[in-house]
Design a protein around this ligand. Structure first.
Ligand code: SR1
Ligand code: MG
Length: 401
C-alpha cells in the first residue's frame, strides 16, 4: 500500500489507489477503471473512471525522462509549472482550459477535469474535420493569457515575481535545441529528413546563411524577451476540441517569452493541416483552414487592441504610436516563430501526423517542400506578415514554385 509521500512513477493500479486516496468523490468507489491514454512526447496521462457513477478524472504525471526518449532527463517539477500555468490561464481565459482538481508537488502529478468527450485537434484535422468556433476561441485564449500577463497590464513587480515562478530552463532548452538550432544544421542526429528531400533541405535550410541570421535573431528573442506567460507548445496536439468547445491543455513548456511564439505555433500547425488538405485535394477543408488562418490574425488584432484599451495600466502604454509599434512587433514575431515551427516539424525530432501520414510518399515529399518554402519566406520576411491575407498570399505563392 503506497502512502504517496515520496515520488515514484505510478502505474494504472497505483493511480487507482491514488485517486481513491486523494479525490473525495472516489473514496468509496468500488468499480474503478484506469487507462493510460497519453500520446504526448513527455508525460503519462491516465483516465480514471468510476463505472458505477460514470464520474471520471484525468491524472497526469511527469516522469524523470521524456516519454519520447530517455535522452531527455528532466526535472519532474515541470508538472507544477504546467498546473500553475493552467490555474492562472483559467482565471484569465475561463472555459478555455481544463479545471484543476489537485496539484501534488511530491508525486509531480495533477488531477484535472476529464475532457475525453472532446478530440485532440490534430487528430480531428487529420480526418479533415472543421471547427467553426476555433478562431474565436483561440484568439480569446491568446489575447487574454498573453496581454494580461505582460507589463502592459501587470504591475511590474508582480510580473517579475511571476517571471521567477515560471523559470523553466529544461523545457526551454528542448525548444532552444529542437526549434531554434538543430533543424538548420546537418550535423544533428536528431534531424531526420525524408529520403527524397535531402537536397531541398540542404539548400534551403542547412546552407542558407541569410536564413541562419534570421533564425539567430529569433533564438535570442526567445531567450531574452520575457514579454508574457506563454503556453510554449501551442500546437494542435495541445488542444481539445469539438463543434462547441475549445480547451487548451499541456502548458508544461510555459515561461515568460515572446507572445509571437504561441500565435506562430497556432498558425504553423494550421498550415500543416492546410498542406495535408491540399495533398488530398479536400477543397472544403483547405478553404476552412484558409478562412481560419485569416480570421485568427484579424480577430487577434481586433481583440488585442480592445483588450489593451480596457486593461492597460502602464502609463506609457496609453501612447497610441507605442501601441501600434508593440502590436506590429508581436505580428512580426508571430511570422518568424511560425516559420521556425514549420521547419522544425518537417526536419527535426518531433514531427506531425498531418504530414507524416500523407501517402503516397511523393505527395508527402511535396507537402514537406511546400511547408518549408512557406517557412523560409516567413523567417526571412517576418515584417511582411501583419495580416491574415498576407499569409494566404504566401501560401498561394509557395504553391507556384
Ligand atoms: C522532447 S519533446 C519534443 C517535442 O514535444 C513537445 O510537445 C514539444 O513540442 C517538444 O519540442
Ligand atoms: Mg505537450
Amino acid at each position: 500500500m503506497h502512502t504517496f509521500e515520496q515520488y515514484f512513477l505510478m502505474n494504472s493500479d497505483d493511480v487507482i489507489q491514488y485517486v481513491k486516496a486523494k479525490i473525495d468523490s472516489f473514496q468509496s468507489a468500488q468499480q474503478i477503471t484506469c487507462k493510460e491514454i497519453g500520446d504526448g512526447n513527455l508525460n503519462y496521462v491516465y483516465r480514471v473512471l468510476n463505472t458505477e457513477t460514470n464520474e471520471s478524472v484525468i491524472l497526469k504525471q511527469a516522469g524523470t525522462t521524456a516519454r519520447i526518449s530517455d535522452e531527455f532527463v528532466l526535472s519532474t517539477s515541470r508538472n507544477k509549472i504546467e498546473t500553475e500555468a493552467l490555474l492562472l490561464q483559467h482565471t484569465l481565459a475561463p472555459g478555455l482550459v481544463p479545471e484543476i482538481l489537485l496539484l501534488d508537488e511530491t508525486m509531480s502529478c495533477c488531477v484535472m477535469e476529464d475532457l475525453s468527450h472532446l478530440t485532440i485537434m490534430r487528430t480531428a484535422l487529420t480526418n479533415f474535420e472543421t471547427f467553426p468556433n476555433f478562431a474565436e476561441h483561440i484568439t480569446d485564449f491568446l489575447v487574454n493569457t498573453l496581454l494580461r500577463t505582460s507589463d502592459v497590464v501587470l504591475n511590474h513587480k508582480e510580473k517579475k515575481d511571476l517571471v521567477a515562478k515560471f523559470i523553466n530552463p529544461e523545457l526551454c532548452e528542448i525548444s532552444e535545441d529542437l526549434v531554434f538550432t538543430e533543424p538548420f544544421h546537418n550535423n544533428f542526429n536528431r534531424n531526420e529528413v525524408t529520403p527524397g528531400n535531402e537536397q531541398f533541405v540542404q539548400t534551403h535550410l542547412y546552407e542558407n546563411e541569410e536564413l541562419h541570421l534570421e533564425v539567430a535573431k529569433l533564438k535570442f528573442h526567445f531567450l531574452n524577451n520575457t514579454q508574457s506567460l506563454i503556453h510554449g507548445d501551442l500546437h494542435t496536439g495541445s488542444i481539445f476540441i469539438d463543434q462547441n468547445d475549445t480547451k487548451v491543455i499541456d502548458p508544461e513548456f510555459a515561461f515568460f517569452g515572446p507572445m509571437g511564439y504561441d500565435i506562430g505555433n497556432v498558425m504553423a500547425n494550421l498550415i500543416f493541416a492546410w498542406a495535408r488538405g491540399r495533398a488530398y485535394s479536400d477543397k472544403e477543408f483547405t478553404e476552412w483552414v484558409e478562412n481560419t488562418l485569416f480570421d485568427i490574425m484579424d480577430l487577434f488584432d481586433t481583440k488585442f487592441r480592445a483588450a489593451w484599451d480596457e486593461h492597460a495600466t502602464e502609463l506609457v502604454a496609453k501612447n497610441a504610436d507605442f501601441k501600434e509599434h508593440y502590436i506590429q512587433n508581436i505580428l512580426k514575431d508571430t511570422a518568424g516563430m511560425a516559420g521556425l515551427e514549420l521547419a522544425r516539424r518537417i526536419v527535426g525530432l518531433a514531427k506531425v501526423k498531418d504530414i507524416t501520414t500523407i501517402e503516397p510518399i511523393e505527395d508527402r515529399l511535396k507537402a514537406e517542400r511546400l511547408c518549408l518554402r512557406v517557412a523560409v519566406e516567413l523567417i526571412l520576411n517576418p515584417s511582411d506578415f501583419q495580416t491574415g491575407g498576407q499569409y494566404l498570399t504566401a501560401l498561394q505563392n509557395a504553391l507556384q514554385e
